[in-house]
Write a protein that binds this ligand. Structure first.
Ligand code: ADP
Ligand code: NI
Length: 217
């Protein structure tokens, strides 16, 4: 049943261009399965939530509170009511809601899916997704005259229209310290460092600094 749902989501989400395409779901699904191996938790709930976590994303639908799309799909694929309930409770806990908003999770299943989703928001793929999202929603790449904001509530965060470099300071660089599982924390460290060196290089190029390759000995 999980594989049938995955096949359906693949066909439905292949052409998406904001970084929320099928391959994002695929990576979150695979990350979540890998983390579950060392952390435990109900695998069926984890897999379904990983696959369905963005079906009612507030950035794209008005059904974010009711999770109508995820509910409908679970009925369509004949998921039992008890599992449906657990998956819906879990999905509500996944999303980032602003720098100063606590999004710690209530159980190991939610911790795993949140970490799996956040791992896909950092590192090389995180950088690619952030600029894809920025292009999709007409955001500037960078504007040094607009400072990042540490949002105090979800509503403020949702209203942000800032340039994509600010998104690193408003979300992406904060994720390393908010991982909920030990496995997630370990993976996040290296991806975080990669983003930091990307930003260093970005500012160097922005400022017209020239760095020549080191001469061969
Ligand atoms: P969440 O539910 O936590 O927002 P998603 O799976 O929907 O997680 O992925 C969010 C991703 O979308 C971000 O990690 C980033 O790549 C992109 N994104 C969201 N908001 C912005 C923004 N303002 N600027 C650039 N990228 C953004
Ligand atoms: Ni996601």
């Amino acid at each position: 049943m999980v594989d049938k749902l995955a096949a359906y989501l693949k066909t439905k989400n292949l052409a998406e261009s904001s970084g929320h395409d099928w391959w994002h779901l695929f990576r979150v699904w695979k990350n979540a399965i890998a983390i579950q191996k060392s952390e435990g938790g109900n695998l069926l709930v984890i897999e379904l939530a990983a696959l369905l976590h963005d079906e009612d994303d507030w950035k794209f639908t008005k059904s974010a509170n009711e999770l109508l799309n995820a509910s409908k799909l679970m009925c369509q694929f004949e998921v039992d009511k008890n599992t449906q309930q657990k998956v819906l409770e879990l999905i509500k806990q996944v999303s980032f809601k602003g720098a100063n908003v606590d999004t710690s999770t209530k159980n190991i299943e939610a911790a795993i899916v949140q970490d799996a989703d956040r791992l896909d928001a950092i590192g090389a793929i995180g950088i690619a997704r952030a600029f894809a999202f920025g292009g999709h929603f007409n955001r500037e790449i960078y504007n040094p005259e607009i400072e990042p904001i540490q949002h105090n509530n979800f509503a403020e965060y949702q209203k942000s229209k800032s340039h994509t470099i600010n998104h690193f300071y408003e979300k992406l660089l904060l994720l390393k310290d908010r991982m909920q599982t030990n496995t997630g924390k370990l993976i996040a460290q290296q991806r975080h460092q990669y983003m930091q060196s990307f930003l260093q290089q970005f500012y160097m190029e922005w400022n017209g600094e020239i760095k020549y390759p080191e001469a061969n000995p």
